[in-house]
Design a binder for this molecule. Structure first.
Ligand code: MG
Length: 254
C-alpha cells in the first residue's frame, strides 16, 4: 500500500502561502520580543496579539486541549511548552517558539530557537547545526526524492555535530490541516516513505539535543524535555515541493 500523501491544488497553495507568511510574520516579530525578564505567559500574550494582526487564529490553541497560543520551550524543554506566568525568561536561555496560524482555512507552521545571551561553543553548535540540518532537509525536498532522503539529510548534519535526534516527534504534511500525512522522521528508518510530488507541502522540523536523544513528558501532559536535562533546539519551516527547487512557505517575503 502506498502511503497517503496530500497534493494541494494551485488555489489551495495560494491559501497555504498566505498562512505560511502569516506564521513567518508572527515568528519574526516574536523573536524581537524574546528578552530576559518577561514571563513565557507574556510571550504567549504577545503572540496572541501578533496572530490577531494577521487576521488569523492560533492553530495550536485548543488542539487536543492545548492551552497556549504558541508553544514556548525553554532550555531542556524540547517542544510543546506552555506559556506560564511563573516562568521567567532569563539571560542565557535557549527559547524555542513554535507558531501555528490558521488563516482563511489554511495552516502555517514554523519554529525557531533563539538564545538570550552570548552562546558558549556548545550552545552555538546546537543552534547552528539544528538550523543547518533543517536546511539540509529542505534541500532534499525535491520532486522524485523520497521522504527518507529528507530524513537522511537532517540526520547526517545532526550526527556530524554529535547532537541527539529526538525520535518521538517528527515533521509532517501540512496545509489544510495542522498535521497531514506523511510523517517526516529526522532520522533514517527502514521505510523510505512516499515519493515527493509537486503540490505536497511538508513541515520539516528537526529537534536536536546536546546530549541524549531520549525525552520525557512533564506531569502537565504537554511539556517534553530531555531525559538528561541538557539543552534542546527546534527549527521548522514549511516547504512546497515544486520541481527541483523547494519553496520555503514560511520564509518572510517582506
Ligand atoms: Mg510542525
Amino acid at each position: 500500500m502506498p502511503e497517503k500523501v496530500v497534493i494541494h491544488s494551485k488555489l489551495e497553495i495560494e491559501g497555504i502561502r498566505r498562512a505560511g507568511q502569516a506564521a513567518a510574520f508572527v515568528r519574526e516579530e516574536l523573536k524581537k520580543a524574546i528578552v530576559p525578564g518577561i514571563t513565557t505567559k507574556d510571550l504567549d500574550e504577545i503572540a496572541r496579539g501578533l496572530i490577531d494582526l494577521t487576521g488569523g487564529r492560533s492553530a495550536f490553541f485548543g488542539y487536543r486541549g492545548f492551552p497556549g497560543q504558541i508553544c514556548i520551550s525553554l532550555n531542556d524543554e524540547v517542544v510543546h511548552g506552555i506559556g506560564r506566568s511563573d516562568i521567567f525568561i532569563d539571560a542565557g536561555s535557549v527559547v524555542s517558539v513554535d507558531v501555528g496560524v490558521v488563516l482563511e482555512g489554511f495552516v502555517g507552521d514554523t519554529a525557531e530557537s533563539v538564545y538570550t545571551g552570548i552562546p558558549s561553543e556548545d550552545i552555538d553548535r546546537l543552534l547552528k547545526k539544528t538550523r543547518e540540518s533543517l536546511f539540509a532537509g529542505i534541500n532534499a525536498a525535491i520532486e522524485g526524492n523520497y521522504i527518507r532522503d529528507i530524513s537522511e539529510a537532517v540526520q547526517r548534519i545532526a550526527e556530524s555535530a554529535n547532537l541527539g535526534i529526538v525520535r518521538e516527534y517528527v515533521g509532517h504534511g501540512c496545509g489544510k490541516k495542522l498535521h497531514e500525512p506523511p510523517e517526516i522522521p529526522n532520522y533514517k528508518t527502514s521505510n523510505k516513505g512516499p515519493r515527493l510530488q509537486n503540490g505536497m507541502v511538508l513541515a520539516i522540523e528537526p529537534m536536536l539535543n546536546l546530549g541524549t536523544h531520549a525525552v520525557k513528558t512533564d506531569a502537565d501532559g504537554w511539556t517534553v524535555r530531555t531525559l538528561d536535562a541538557k539543552l534542546s533546539a527546534h527549527y521548522e519551516h514549511m516547504v512546497l515541493i515544486n520541481d527541483d527547487k523547494p519553496e520555503i512557505l514560511t520564509w518572510p517575503k517582506k
